[in-house]
Write a protein that binds this ligand. Structure first.
Ligand code: ADP
Ligand code: MG
Length: 746
């Protein structure tokens, strides 16, 4: 190397580097992992079979049927099943039955559970007990306490709404999502799912718009069903089955990493020598401690009536997935929140931490939450089931075409509802769908729509049989289309799968978007068909052919069955005029697009004010997230990584000096590199601080842009220097658990 410093004969200072103790939290963490013994006793499924556990802690319809007067039960069931108005006069009776049931299960308190715009779950607990005036206490729970609560609205983000209106907020009982008991070693709590609104009736939460959008979808779907002669009016509900991906790491590592602890993701960390390139983790055998955790988790969720079904390893080391069977969208959303809470809670019991961040580890696959979505009713079943011969299934084709049109027309909204700081690390990074929204239809349906375009569909590609060439294996019916993992919005046989959703998100936003855009499309289809047929059913077929042809001609550009990761697709998508909104500050302004404002207010899902409050809140959340990460980056660079690097530098320098004293040569190659990297770390940290200090007073969007375009890149170069140091600095001086340790020690 050119700039070797020659030793000047002086006595080296700081020669005590070798006496500095090895990085103790890391070693302690590893020791704790290897000596780990489960704190929870093994579960005995023979004692209580899983079937008996299911819904054991839920104030379900079955419990209500047993405990409520027949008339009252019927009224509640009617609201749940048909979406009709709730009769408020029954509340006192339901409350009494609910209280008795809860007290039998050990409850001392009740809580209105609600879902603020942070995407988290909030609870306000109140005791059942009230003083009776004679020195004793009575357990009380009235209808009005069941129906309405009043948490302090000012502690939750409300965007613009808070600025102009009072902070007062109300929680309102959602009878369609059953109450349940949450257990704690010291007692249990009756939890009541609620909507959260301001005193002017504006939605401050994620649940209210879900309910409104389901109502809008039902209304428009009924019009289509009427045209096809189905006039029973059975409620059409949107259905959702979310697949939750997550990471598990040992708790000791978690607490030794301020970035994981505070930001939920690592801001530093060199890639391990062995990552996921061997593809040996996906669907691999589940490690014992992890399986014990999963079984416990599933048991807890079973008790809460969450129908968890699937579990497996995911692509990255340390990554797993849990998926319930699909349910009505509102219930699925509440249950999804319970799944995230339960994953975190149970992981602790097993000495682990569940990471639901979209990208906890750089260079390793991130986590998504595929939201499977469809719509159906008790009399019609799944409206997106094509049957064996979709070309003959006009009703299916109408619903499917409505979805195609909706996704094409409202790509921007669909992109905006998955825009978060965490998800930005995933979308478009060749491990998750690109930021371009498109639909994968599969060969069979693409062919049917091609035929429609050419004048009429007369055949469907057969499904065929899969033969493996081994006599002992039975032939299998083959799916009509292959899978495509690169598509953000894929038809998967009888539903669409929205894959761009982030693992840490509430699924409410994506569901609101899907329900509402499809409601608008069904409205359009129904209006066109009603006009063309003028009430004469014999004219339906001709009208339909015309409508479907128009839709596929105007909106077919959204269909793409190829590789969504490829360069060519990005070029082609641009030619097709599809949006490519790469980051959150690019995507969120879609929430303020005139057509989106018009859409959501027309179908009474979100008023202009409510939408604006969401836009502001999400921008603010983005900025706060990046700000915290930037501060952490500076802090860790200065107080953990820099000290470790200079200790090592000092060690090398004193070795060099000592060797030269006794006449040996010392190759200063490593010392030079460390010295250069230490300088790089200092310079980049200073540059990051400068970027953070830059004031932007041109509003929230400009602020977010600054965080995206200046602060994030500045963080990335600090990390680059630090990660290079990690590869050089003596392992026993490195203060942070490494990727290798966190991902592979279980
Ligand atoms: P994958 O093969 O995509 O990993 P999984 O079995 O993990 O599939 O998850 C598929 C999800 O799709 C499940 O939650 C399942 O219940 C859900 N699903 C199935 N049918 C429907 C439907 N009609 N509407 C909504 N979700 C559905
Ligand atoms: Mg899956």
């Amino acid at each position: 190397m050119s700039n070797k410093k020659s030793y000047d004969g002086g006595v080296p200072t700081g020669g005590g580097a070798t006496s500095i103790p090895a990085s103790s939290p890391r070693m302690a963490a590893i020791a704790a992992v290897t000596n780990y013994k489960p704190s929870a006793p093994p579960m005995n499924f023979l004692e209580t079979p899983a079937q008996q556990l299911f819904s054991a802690n839920v104030f379900s319809k079955a419990v209500m049927r047993d405990r409520l007067p027949k008339k009252v039960y019927k009224a509640v069931a009617k609201t749940i099943e048909t979406g009709s108005k709730l009769d408020p006069s029954i509340a006192d009776i339901v409350a009494l039955a609910m209280k008795d049931w809860a007290i039998e299960k050990g409850a001392t308190h009740y809580a209105h559970v609600f879902y603020p715009l942070t995407g988290l779950t909030a609870e306000k607990h109140d005791s059942f007990l009230t003083p009776d005036g004679a020195g004793g206490a009575l357990a009380e729970f009235s209808g009005s306490q069941l129906i309405q609560g009043e948490p302090d609205g000012s502690s939750f983000p409300t965007g613009g709404i808070r600025a102009t209106f009072e902070a007062r907020g109300y929680t309102i009982w959602d009878v369609t999502s059953p109450a349940y008991i949450l257990e704690n070693p010291n007692g249990t709590t009756l939890c009541i799912p609620t909507a959260f609104v301001s005193w002017t009736g504006e939605a401050l939460d994620k649940k209210t718009p879900v309910l409104r959008s389901m109502q809008a979808l039902n209304k428009q779907a009924q019009r289509i069903l009427n045209l096809f002669g189905h006039t029973d009016g059975a409620l059409v509900s949107s259905t959702a089955g979310p697949e939750q991906e997550y990471f598990l790491i040992d708790r000791n590592f978690f607490f030794a990493r301020p970035d994981l602890l505070t930001a939920g993701r690592t801001l530093f960390g060199a890639p391990p020598p062995k990552g996921q390139q061997f593809d040996d983790h996906y669907f691999g055998a589940i490690p014992e401690r992890v399986l014990a955790f999963m079984l416990d988790c599933e048991r807890e969720l079973f008790k809460l009536g969450v129908p968890v079904k699937t579990r497996h390893n995911e692509v990255a080391p340390g990554q797993y997935e849990i998926a319930p069977t699909f349910e009505s969208a509102n219930l699925a959303t509440d249950h999804q929140q319970l799944i995230m809470i339960t994953l975190r809670k149970v992981a602790e019991k097993y000495g682990m931490v569940c990471l639901t961040h979209e990208k906890p580890f750089g260079g390793v696959n991130g986590s998504g939450k595929h939201v499977n979505w469809s719509m159906g009713s008790s009399s019609q079943g799944n409206l997106l089931d094509p049957g064996d011969t979709p070309h003959e299934n006009a009703q299916f084709l109408t619903f499917c075409a409505a979805v195609i049109r909706a996704v094409h027309k409202h790509q921007g909204l669909l992109r905006a509802v998955v825009a978060t700081a965490g998800n930005d690390h995933r979308l478009g990074a060749n491990e998750a769908p690109p930021a371009i929204i498109s639909i994968f239809l599969g060969d069979q349906l693409t062919d049917v729509f091609e035929q429609i375009k050419a004048g009429g569909a007369s055949s469907s590609l057969p499904k065929g049989t899969l033969t493996v060439g081994v006599d002992v294996l039975p032939p299998l019916p083959k799916d009509a289309g292959d899978r495509n993992r690169t598509s953000p919005f894929a038809f998967t046989g009888n539903r669409f799968e929205f894959r761009a959703v982030g693992s840490n998100q509430s699924i409410a936003g994506p569901l609101v978007a899907m329900n509402t855009i499809v409601a608008e499309s069904l409205d359009y289809c129904a209006t066109e068909l009603e006009k063309a047929t003028g009430g004469d059913p014999s004219k339906l077929n001709e009208a339909l052919q015309k409508l479907l042809t128009t839709i596929i001609n105007e909106h077919g550009a959204i269909i793409f069955n190829g590789n969504g990761y490829s360069e060519e697709w990005h070029a082609e998508a641009a030619e097709r005029g599809l949006l490519n909104l790469k980051t959150t500050p690019d995507a969120l302004p879609q929430l303020q697009a005139p057509e989106v404002i018009e859409l959501l207010s027309k179908y009474e899902v979100l008023s202009e004010r409510e939408l604006e409050s969401r836009y502001e809140t999400y921008l603010e959340q983005y900025c706060l997230t990046v700000e915290v990460e930037a501060k952490l980056t500076v802090e860790m660079a200065k107080t953990m990584i820099f000290p470790a690097a200079v200790r090592y530098q000092n060690l090398l320098a004193s070795t060099c000096a000592n060797l030269k004293l006794v006449g040996y040569e010392f190759d200063t190659d490593t010392l030079d590199k460390v010295t250069a990297l230490v300088k790089e770390l200092q310079d980049t940290t200073a540059a990051l601080e400068a970027a953070m200090a830059e004031e932007t007073d041109e509003g929230a969007l400009a602020h977010a842009r600054h965080h995206c375009d200046a602060v994030k890149p500045a963080m990335a170069v600090v990390r680059e220097a630090a990660d290079k140091l990690e590869g050089i600095v003596s392992d026993d001086l490195w203060p942070l658990p490494t990727y290798q340790e966190m991902l592979f020690i279980k």
